[in-house]
Design a protein around this ligand. Structure first.
Ligand SMILES: Cc1cc2nc3c(=O)[nH]c(=O)nc-3n(C[C@H](O)[C@H](O)[C@H](O)COP(=O)(O)O)c2cc1C
Length: 318
């Protein structure tokens, strides 16, 4: 996989991180579904400051998503039931990828399939496009989407998780990220399945299932009834998952859950994440990811640390 200097430099050597085969100029990325297809944000955010970006999930065919309302604000967070609204793989290849090749940061494409085969078909097309013209630093599998055969999300079942990752691994040669769901009793079996099937990096996590009720009208608020909870409300739960996974596996972890402040970033790095993705916070401050990058050196100074790498998973475990 190419390491385009325009996408990983100029480097402040203190901030750069290496997650297995993936190199980032710093550990701050933006999360899928919260940063559009990047173009929408380019006028507000200096992309050359970010470690990387993850565009909204793409599916093989276009999807219109779930009925409205699709978003509800909650205390310290939000519920969404967008339902993977997107224009499909061909549109991505024709319209978004040519633009994404030009952005001055690492781009990790995020895909969802209805079956393991569908994931593999998409991964193969993206690998071909990348082999000829580049532009993608990694592939993130959104495993928090329903498997049509059984109805459950892929990452709820370690066997399904392994099947998707194994099939994609055969056709995608670059960095491979498995994005898991927190909606399980323990995240460790799916994490283990993903790692054994060939994932290079674990992205932890997608949203937590929840719902909102309009008691006056006695109806669910969301058109889809249930939705995914995100934002600061979920951070302590995600910290636990990252800490657990980092204690069990040596594969690098990207933490995703409520990250808003530099303290959040530092907590996740110390607890075991090698990088973080900023999601919901983009909705109330689209420039938050840039601000976090700018604040990192000072936070390292507080710990007397020479680099981000040196603080990753440095928590004292009892
Ligand atoms: C409106 C919205 C849309 C999202 N869409 C996607 C998506 O298309 N694919 C995906 O993998 N995650 C999606 N997510 C989940 C986020 O990428 C992230 O995993 C989650 O929101 C937790 O991070 P946060 O608390 O920082 O938002 C979405 C989240 C929100 C709030």
């Amino acid at each position: 996989m190419q390491s385009d200097p325009a996408k990983i430099g100029p480097e402040d050597p203190r901030l750069s991180v290496r997650l297995g085969p993936l190199r980032l100029r710093n550990p701050i990325l933006t999360a899928s579904g919260t940063f559009g297809y990047v173009r929408e944000m380019a006028g507000i955010v200096d992309l050359s400051r970010l470690g990387g970006v993850v565009p909204k999930t793409i599916t093989l065919q276009p999807r219109i998503g779930n009925p409205p309302p699709r978003i509800v604000e909650t205390p310290s967070g939000m519920l969404n039931s967008i339902g993977l609204d997107n224009d499909g793989l061909e549109h991505f290849l024709q319209v978004h990828l040519p633009y994404l090749r030009t952005v001055p940061t690492q781009v990790i494409v995020n895909i969802a399939g209805k079956t393991a085969d569908e994931f593999a078909v998409m991964a193969e097309r993206l690998a071909e496009a990348n082999a000829s013209e580049g532009g993608l630093a990694g592939l993130e599998l959104n495993l928090s989407c329903p498997n049509v055969a059984g109805g459950v999300d892929f990452a709820v079942d370690p066997t399904l998780t392994a099947a998707v990752v194994r099939q994609v691994r055969k056709v995608w040669p670059g960095p491979l990220l498995a994005k898991l769901t927190p909606n399980v009793h323990s995240i460790l079996p799916a994490a283990q399945a993903a790692v054994e099937a060939g994932a290079d990096i674990l992205s932890l996590v997608n949203t937590f299932l929840g719902m909102a009720v309009d008691w006056r009208r006695r109806v669910p608020v969301l058109g889809n009834v249930t939705g995914g909870l995100s934002g600061p409300a979920i951070k302590p739960m995600v910290l636990r998952l990252v800490y657990q996974a980092a204690g069990r596996f040596s594969v690098p972890i990207i933490a995703i859950g409520g990250i808003t402040t530099i303290d959040d970033v530092m907590e996740f790095l110390v607890a075991g994440a090698s990088a973080v993705q900023v999601g919901t916070a983009n909705f109330f401050d689209p420039t938050v990811s840039m601000k976090l990058v700018a604040q990192l050196p000072q936070a390292l100074d507080v710990l007397g640390a020479c680099s981000v790498s040196e603080i990753i998973n440095s928590i004292r475990r009892p």
